[in-house]
Design a protein around this ligand. Sequence first.
Ligand code: PHE
Length: 447
Amino acid sequence: MASREQFSSRTGFVMAAAGSAIGLGNIWGFPTQTASNGGAAFVLVYLLMAFCLAYPALMAELIIGRHARANIVTALRYIAPNKATRWLGTFVGGCGVVVASLILSFYTIVAGWMLAYLGQSITGLLSWQSASDWLVTFSFPRNLATGGLFMILTIAIVGKGVSGGIEKWSTRLMPMLLAIMVLLIVYVMTQPGAMAGLRLYLLPDLSHLEPSLIVDALGQAFFSLSLGVGTMLVYGSYLSEKENLPSLGATVTLVDSGVAFIAGLLILPAIYVAQAHGADIFDAQGNLYAGPNLIFQVLPALFDSMGTIGLGVALAFFTLMSIAALTSSISMLEVPVSLAAEETDLGRPKATLLIGGLVFVVSVLIMLNFDTLFDFVITLTTVYSQPILGLMLCIFVGWIWHRDNLLKEIKAGHPEIEGTWFWRIWPFYVKAFCPVLILAIVIPSFT
Ligand code: PHE
């Protein structure tokens, strides 16, 4: 095998892994779910899930990836000690590859909408009315064009490989994203109505604590940290032996939850600011409009009400969304591409084009059957598949992989780890605690 690529620095890895984690899930999914689930109570449960279940599962992926230095399928087969478990590795890894590709297929559509609104903020500035209308009106040709453009960008970056593509672009794009977000928050906070949104976001009403809220929070935490499908596993496989994995994983978890939290500070107040400007934010039953369309209904109304400045703010916001989506979509495509590039003779550029094209065909099928497939694919992949595959990865680490090898791998890059709580708690925690808890949360939601 040709010598394997690596991230060129610790910062490069953190940017790429945070870039994968921070995406539409943070800036679109998290605030929308928070609004649908009654505000601050959801935020609390989400943070609990992120640190108590998602972080340990993230560590499982990083550790397997760095040890095996391969894509998810090859890696699980590599740590499996016998034929039956190798077969299980192929199966779980294969499911991961399929789920990552399915996530990319719907993600491409939503990211395309972000590009559409970004385009509209430009055509709006130029007063091109019919182009603007076309861009923001839901239609198959619009979805096809903007989703297609997004897929081309994703393929272009992944085709260039790890350090020259993924790392380079994540390192450029992530700081830009944070800067745009902070500027927007500062603006929104000075507007009338912002405080009502802030109150909903920060003051928990515990009467909302229902079982469905807990499954939603778990799915959201796994989605947000890109878990279960081998993304973090393959990013871990490009990490050097010298890196301290528990601290890198903790950094990524903190940054990801931090950005989700900050995105909430932007979106929830923005909803109420939009209301103060005359937008309709409650449905007939008096509930907050909170479906996936939330930001496409409420925010454009907010930007409109701002006059000409609004066009600039819209441009900034939708640029932010598109960047966040792109640094995540490249990590999804990397999952099947790393498998094809490592296990076939196709070579990375060809494999990327081929798989990106195939995933786009699935996107087009979803676009054509939007009402039946869109929500279905999202629920299937993010609410069920990701936590269950995450659980399987915990089982691989806790039960299948030889304990001595596991401990050796954790020790690499962090020789003094034996004195830490991580060493004492984590191996048992992923072995027993995580699987049981994930099952306890997911199973009741089937009934
Ligand atoms: N974490 C990404 C987000 O929040 C989504 C993602 C899921 C990325 C799975 C990679 C794998 O938008």
